[in-house]
Write a protein that binds this ligand. Sequence first.
Ligand SMILES: [Zn+2]
Length: 70
Amino acid sequence: MMRCPLCSTAGHTRETAYLEDGSKEMIVQCQNVYCSATFVTNESFFMAVESIQQPRINGQSCSSRESENG
Ligand SMILES: [Zn+2]
């Protein structure tokens, strides 16, 4: 959900397109009947959030790399 840049009312996504660079472009229409602005937004990957522990399946680390300390 994206807020209208003119009146800050929540917008409604009308069309979505996935671009070659992996980002998502959306045509959004303001839901405020007195505004009804239509605008284009872009959503893209920013960063990965690291987990504290490696995910495990049956006690085995999911990581294919073994610890190389020492
Ligand atoms: Zn608006």
